[in-house]
Design a protein around this ligand. Structure first.
Ligand code: GLC
Length: 753
């Protein structure tokens, strides 16, 4: 075949399987002895002080007392390097034992240089790029004194109503595993001894994304088997990758708040996975066990939390208020306290804080916004954008054939909103917006007109304003509408019951359509939105999950074809919010949809009762999503050949070698994310209709083809079965190599004993 290139696929042998023995803390025996000696010198109050984490009061003076008295072990939310040095000097030079403070911050998708929100990073299906972004965030943050980030967030998110889907890597367990491990590696760099090592914190342990009704902080009901099959693998992978810390989640699962759940921390995390790092609560999640009705007061909350295995108390103050009494009463052992303190001191030694507690504050900003950092943020924004519709090949726009482009919409020039949620330390002044980029990069060839019409995403505007847009568009060659969400409409505590575009955005897209000119809609949002009603008014739809500092240049280059979109959806896009929760890796059920579904508009008036033969779907929305997990178009087309397997049956210790010839049948070179899915047809429990097991980004020149090969150990088919044992069950399987989760022809294979 012309131009056939062989690619040895990404072996799933990269060891993301369950960790049997997590990496140790990497400290030598001498350091361990130092820790023992230090603990021996510490008073009870000093030990308790190390377990206390406080949010910065803003100045060193304000915190001088609690620091010099050894009453705090970690401070979060201080990012002024001078203030950090001042606080550290008090700890090291004025407290009795001179134990340094560990400074922490939510560095979630960049520190100063802001990358796309994690949901967008997941859409790149490019773990190497995500790792690079994590490394850049660590270099920028550690230069300012931040040595611990509360990231990666590994909550499996199947519900777009939940605002924190923005911070997640979406609905798929494998994608969360890969992206979480990549961020851990990026943040921690060379690990112990690396001054740019920023301790990772795998969070929120566990199940937080399954909040009932998609309402933040709500209860979850995840049985242990599903917990182990769906929710724990990303945390296992993070621990395997060497994550130094974990954070407990706010939710009560099956009635037990994670912060008081001994099974999760002692049994699963420490005993089964061999994790020897440190566990911190979420913000006041210990104290919130009182509201949960799981603790009668702060004292019982502290007792339940530390006895469950939590080492550090973020901002509930209950450890510092009650541990001394609890130990005197024998409700908490001093050995347990020593364990907690040991995990905290180990972390500080691993980060080199005892040897080098201070930073060169005057140099902190030199490492921020460098060309390399901005280029990585640009590439991340480029690869995170997902092309969802492209009627009449409207995109890419051709600058050589266009005189005037009209730009409109509330997200065209919104430097703060474009950064997305959890971008505390990003600076909007550094944001390059789409409007700015279009003018700077293409303004010499195309006249860029700007008529925002809306100044923020929730704004309702008059029909007159919309009509003016229509009239102005008639004099242009095309219209690009930049819509989506303000940053505050997603993220923690910001959940939505309606996922349609807010304000007059849909009317704005329709107004553009009435001009008769080509319409392109670009959405910058923190979650999947229900955009079905907008599709008829736009020729092309490009989805950019809040793309960060360099979102503008990336989107401009995608719009004018300097680059082709390669992003794929990390979460299912529902037709309507009523379909949620909705995810591709669902169970078959006993009545799977089969295409015979009768929709509302097809039901006769006075129709008789029907149920026999009916299937699982919604009368007013059908069964299928608007766009499935893994979906994304390109500026070219790809054709997938039949899946080839090296054998028809495998034993559990073997490796499945699967391949597929992918051909670029279009006219331009482009990158495709080739995805490998598996289905276990019959199990001791019902199994998902599909599960992503590997993927590979491949660039294929126009007109050429590539044989993409995967190596999948049969052991990767293991799951927690009816006996709660993790096994590969013999039987029949199907395997797809496809462009997304709803495409492709399956190849069959069997697993024998
Ligand atoms: C928040 C979040 C958590 C974050 C912590 C510190 O409430 O739940 O993800 O890391 O507090 O800001």
């Amino acid at each position: 075949m012309k131009g056939q290139i062989f690619i040895l696929g990404l072996a799933a042998l990269i060891g993301l399987s369950a960790c049997q023995n997590a990496p140790s803390s990497g400290l030598d025996a001498q350091t361990e002895r130092k820790i023992d000696a230090l603990i021996d010198q510490m008073t009870l109050a000093e030990k308790i002080g190390q377990t206390n984490q406080l949010s910065s009061f803003g100045t060193a003076d304000a915190m001088a007392g609690v620091i010099s008295g050894g009453g705090v072990g970690s401070i979060l939310n201080e990012v002024n390097p001078e203030v950090i040095n001042q606080m550290q000097r008090i700890a090291v030079e004025e407290s009795r034992l001179g134990i340094p403070i560990l400074f922490a911050r939510d560095v979630i998708h960049g520190f100063r240089t802001i990358f796309p929100i994690p949901l967008g990073l997941a859409a790149t299906f490019n773990p190497e790029l995500v790792e690079q972004g994590g490394r850049i965030a660590a270099v920028e943050a550690t230069a300012s004194g931040v040595r611990w980030t509360f990231s990666p967030m590994l909550d499996i998110s199947r519900d777009a109503r939940w605002g924190r889907i923005a911070e997640s890597s979406g609905e798929d367990t494998y994608l969360n595993k890969v992206m979480g491990a990549a961020l851990v590696r990026g943040y921690q760099g060379q690990g112990a001894g690396d001054p740019t090592c920023m301790a990772a914190c795998a969070k929120h342990f566990i199940g937080y994304g399954a909040a009932e009704g998609g309402r933040d902080y709500n209860s979850t009901y995840i049985p242990e088997r599903q917990l182990r099959n769906v929710y724990t693998p990303p945390f296992e992978a993070a621990v395997e990758a060497g994550a130094m810390t974990l954070m407990t989640s706010f939710n009560d699962n099956d009635g037990i708040p994670a912060t008081g759940n001994r099974f999760l921390i002692e049994e699963l995390l420490h005993n089964e996975w061999g994790f020897d790092g440190m566990v911190v609560t979420d913000w006041n999640s210990a104290g919130e066990m009182i509201a949960h009705g799981f603790a009668k007061d702060g004292k019982e909350a502290a007792e339940k939390s530390i006895n469950a295995g939590v080492d550090m108390d973020m901002m509930s103050h209950n450890y510092s208020l009650h541990l001394e009494e609890l130990i005197e009463e024998g409700k908490v052992s001093e050995e347990r306290l020593d364990e907690a303190v040991r995990s905290i001191l180990r972390l500080k030694f691993q980060l080199g804080l005892f040897e080098n507690p201070y930073i060169e504050a005057e140099k902190a900003r030199e490492v921020c916004y460098t060309e390399e950092h901005l280029e990585a943020a640009y590439r991340s924004a480029l690869e995170s954008a997902v092309l969802l519709q492209n009627e009449k090949q409207t995109l890419p726009l051709d600058a050589s054939k266009m005189r005037t482009l009209l730009v409109t919409g509330p997200l065209a020039d919104a430097p703060y909103e474009q950064l997305g949620t959890w971008a505390f330390d990003g600076e909007p002044a550094h944001t390059v917006t789409p409007l700015k980029a279009l003018k700077e990069q293409y303004g010499d060839r195309v006249k860029i007109l700007y008529e925002p019409v809306m100044s923020f995403s929730r704004e309702r505007v008059s029909q007159a304003a919309l009509d003016r847009l229509t009239a102005r568009a008639k004099g242009c060659d095309a219209v690009v509408v930049f819509g989506g969400e303000e940053a505050i409409l997603s993220g923690e505590a910001h959940c939505l019951a309606d996922l349609n575009l807010q304000g007059s955005q849909s009317e704005l897209i329709a107004a553009a359509r009435r001009s008769g000119k080509p319409v392109v809609t670009v959405i910058l949002a923190g979650r999947p939105l229900t955009v079905k009603r907008d599709l008829k008014h736009t020729d092309a739809l490009l989805y950019a999950f809040h793309p960060g500092t360099m979102g503008g240049p990336a989107l401009a280059d995608l719009l004018f074809g300097k680059a082709a979109p390669s992003g794929k959806l990390p979460a299912t896009f529902p037709v309507t919010v009523g379909q949620i929760p909705m995810h591709y890796n669902h169970n078959m059920t006993g009545r799977p949809a089969n295409g015979t579904e009768v929709l509302l508009e097809d039901i006769a008036i006075g129709a008789g009762q029907t149920s026999l033969g009916c299937t699982s779907y919604m009368l007013d929305a059908g069964f299928y999503p608007l766009y499935p997990f893994g979906y994304g178009l390109s500026y070219t087309t790809f054709e997938y050949g039949a899946v080839q397997l090296d054998k028809q049956s495998y034993t559990t210790g073997e490796v499945i070698r699967a391949s597929c010839v992918v051909r670029n049948t279009g006219s331009r070179t482009a990158t495709e994310v080739v995805q490998l899915y598996v289905r276990d047809l019959v199990g001791s429990i019902t199994r998902p209709v599909k599960e992503l097991k590997a993927f590979r980004r491949v660039e294929i020149p126009a007109g050429e083809e590539m044989k993409v090969e995967f190596e999948l150990p049969v052991s990767e088919l293991a799951f927690w079965n009816i006996d709660l044992k993790k096994v590969v069950e013999p039987g029949d399987f199907q395997l797809w190599i496809a462009p997304h989760s709803a495409a492709g022809e399956a190849a069959a294979f069997a697993v024998t004993e």
